[in-house]
Design a protein around this ligand. Structure first.
Ligand code: PLP
Length: 425
């Protein structure tokens, strides 16, 4: 970017901003974006990048879907927000009805919050109090899995993979949970069963990202793993929580990942693509079995949680408009097409010596490298190639808008191949 095109707000504000996951001193400067449309980011200097990340997986319909914008404008004039303690409004109630309808029988009660991490913490509080309300004490730990990621707050950092670099600094602050290998085969299944036989009495529940562990490295597992977890959860009477914050809303090829396994969780968390990439909103949806443990004449059996912006009317409106788009547009067929294009398009990467694995599920394409020394440099090379791709760990991944057009998808795939062909990154 040449300095004449650097906007004043950028230069003046940069000294007052604290950016995510960044060493502010040595990082490459963030790219000023002035406009978005479709799968494109328009930069201040006029360049356009094809977005391969869909803004951390939120922009499932691409940017600025007119239907969502229209709904938001109307809601803005009517009622942007009212508190949810003691007051009710149509967008929150209608969205709860529609979400539970989509999720199907057994997931009946929606608790809203404003970020994925909080939705997971709410799920954890539900599971812990589910036991307390039934008079059972001493169950405060969760069974979680290697490679898992569930958020950045203190409660959720503790249920992430403890070996992952992101959170190890805060170890002393974190609650202790039990992290095991996913039951991918008979051996790990036996080990997990053995662990549960010894320890299930201390556990409040089991927490897992179904089919794909996202931020932990885009690691895939078979639907059979989820069936095994469902069986174990039933056997040991433990609530099973699926964190579908990344996988929900079509990303893995079905509306929700759990559909592919044919098993249902007792609690599910949703966020990221929930509002079609427009506003922050999250939902923790519980089965009536869980909810029933809170249904009581005893006030201390109530769930004590209530974010200030809970069920924000604008965000709920955006989420409903996003669900409209899933209903009227062939989104899942588009995901299937994106999936085929990613599988054929990324396959040539397997030829490079520095590529360890290429894997695709739904609209997720992952190239795993043997090492990734200089992420910043690699990101810059992607920008130079006209795409926004943000490698992390040892992976380069594409998670574009579910309805990305062929031309933009091709640009993304070609950029990945060209950048990786140039040599070990
Ligand atoms: C992103 C993510 C979260 C955290 O959501 P935030 O909105 O960033 O707090 C939790 N779980 C999964 C699976 C995620 O992908």
């Amino acid at each position: 970017m040449n300095s004449s095109s650097t906007p004043a707000w950028f230069t003046q504000g940069l000294g007052h901003i604290w950016l995510p996951y960044a060493q502010m001193k040595t990082m490459a400067a963030p790219l000023p974006v002035v406009r978005t449309y479709g799968s494109r980011l328009v930069l201040a200097d006029g360049r356009e990048l094809v977005d391969g990340v869909a803004s951390w997986w939120t922009a499932c319909h691409g940017y600025n879907p007119p239907h969502i914008a229209h709904a938001l404008r109307q809601q803005l004039d009517t009622m942007p927000h009212v508190m949810f303690g003691g007051l009710a409004h149509e967008p929150a109630f209608e969205l709860a009805r529609r979400l539970t309808g989509l999720l199907g029988p057994g997931l009946d009660r929606v608790f809203y919050s404003d970020s994925g991490s909080v939705a997971v913490e709410v799920a954890m509080k539900m599971a812990v109090q589910y036991w307390l309300n039934q008079g059972e004490h001493g169950r405060s730990r969760f069974l979680v899995f290697r490679g898992g990621y569930h958020g950045d707050t203190l409660g959720t950092m503790a249920v992430c993979d403890p070996e992952e670099g992101m959170h190890s600094l805060y170890k002393g602050l974190l609650a202790e949970h039990d992290c095991c290998d996913l039951p991918r085969d008979e051996l790990s299944l036996d080990r997990l069963d053995g662990f549960l036989a010894q320890n299930s009495h201390r556990l409040a529940g089991i927490l897992v990202e179904p089919l794909v562990q996202g931020a932990g490295g885009m690691l895939l597992h078979e639907p059979e793993v989820l069936r095994r977890l469902r069986t174990l959860a039933d056997q040991y009477g433990l609530p099973l929580i699926f964190d579908e914050i990344f996988t929900g809303f079509g990303r893995t090829g079905s509306m929700f990942a759990f559909e592919q396994a044919g098993v249902r969780p007792d609690i599910i968390t949703l966020s990221k693509a929930l509002t079609g990439g427009t506003l922050p909103l999250a939902a923790t949806v519980a089965s009536s079995h869980i909810f029933d443990a809170f249904w009581s004449d005893d006030p201390t059996h109530a769930l004590m949680h209530g974010p200030t912006f809970m069920a924000n009317a604008m965000a709920c409106t955006a989420a409903m408009a996003s669900l409209d788009l899933f209903e009227v547009e062939p989104r899942l067929e588009q995901v299937a097409a994106v999936s085929r294009a990613l599988a054929t398009g990324l396959a040539p990467c397997k030829e490079f010596d520095w590529v360890r694995d290429v894997r695709v599920l739904g609209a997720i394409g992952v190239v795993e490298l043997d090492q990734l020394a200089d992420k910043e440099r690699l990101r810059q090379r992607f920008v130079d190639a006209g795409v926004w791709v943000r490698p992390f760990g040892t992976t380069v991944y594409l998670t574009p808008a579910l309805n990305i057009n062929d031309e933009d998808l091709n640009t993304l795939i070609k950029a990945v191949i060209a950048v990786l062909r140039a040599g070990r990154p």
